[in-house]
Design a protein around this ligand. Sequence first.
Ligand code: SF4
Length: 449
Amino acid sequence: MTMSTSPRPPSRRGICPALSAPMATGDGLLVRLVPAEGWLTLAQMRGLASAARAYGNGIIEITAKGSVQIRGLTEDSVGPLNAAVGRLGITPRTGLPVDVSPLSGIDATEAVDARLMAARLHEMAADLVPRLGAKVSVVVDGGGALSLDAFKTDVRLVARPGKGEKMWDVSLAGDAARALPFGSVRGRDAPDLVRGLLERLAALGPSARMADALPPATDAPPRPMRETSPIGLFALTDGSTACGIGLPFGALHADDLDALIAAAEAAGARDLRPAPDHGLLATGLSAEDVDTFRTAAAQIGCLVLADDPRRFVAACPGAPACASADIPARAIAAEVAQVLGKALDGSLQVHISACSKGCAHPAPANLTLVGLPADAMDNRVALVREGRAGDATRPQITAEALLPTLARLAGALDAAHTPGARMVETLAALPSSSLEPLLLSPAVLESTP
Ligand code: SF4
């Protein structure tokens, strides 16, 4: 496999809203923070909650890649927030983003401590960073229980299990299902190999991603990916347990986060670790304390079961938080998840976007519900199948009709579902020509086989 020396047109790009570069959104400025250590003490997390309340709109999010986001800042409040983060002793990650599992180094099932390799790569690439695109990243997966298979990255190293000198499987561009295999490398040789790849990427210009430097993707079927949910229990090397929970639609208000921190403290947690898939891991728990923490987290509204249907619905803050919003996306998301129920089996991704910008899920989703400006009667919602929020055209329904419409869709999926099939396949089998009337008319629905 060879890398091209001339770039194809660059991929869709954006600027990461780091603490030093806040991003304008419909509800003010947003900053993203990745703690360099990978975890936050309970005191630091409590301090962040206070800062989100004092300087933002009180909403704290954890992204799909496990970054912390604080929303609703102003030009005047970004500086004080930065100062507060410094006072809390939180060091934001800088330089080349090298992602490892949040449990790396304490995961009892990890083949090798990925943090050591990550630190070597981070140091090795320091001088290249100014010439690399802002989104270029590397994943180092030590083979633990919490995989990073879903991360789309430029270079992926996965530790092979086994004794003796550690070998790493290398793949390029994409998630673990679609990345192009690039062979294996001994641990001692990996930094030089990765540096060589990044140097060639830098030579293509600051907007290049690894996918731009590779031959066009083939039609090879995607490889199976390991489960990435942080929701559950994870055995740690010291005999204690990490308990992972999910934030509802990736967000909590600072008041709820305070309650969660208090629950973690009462359960004797050592720290809280932001995790992929909008998760948070409380580490250092005993078997008895796990239940205490999990029960409290569920009462706060957090996800404590990996098959919670809310996990498969992405929703932006929506109205009233965001000035651009046409519907209260996050407020209705729980009802949408409940109505779709069994249809959300983990294979189907639903996205609720309060406007066509699609902040919560820029990639296509199987079903996207997009808020549209009000007409004479009501706010409307466009339904997009296998697309993005920006693709919204028709069919459109009134916001009031949304839940009954989705209930009909859930019924149709249930009726068409065959044992062993995934719901995404069941939806795909519904012909486009039938979906619009199916969604809009109960009479047509009843006649659907
Ligand atoms: S997608 Fe949601 S959060 Fe983003 S601008 Fe639109 S309404 Fe605001």
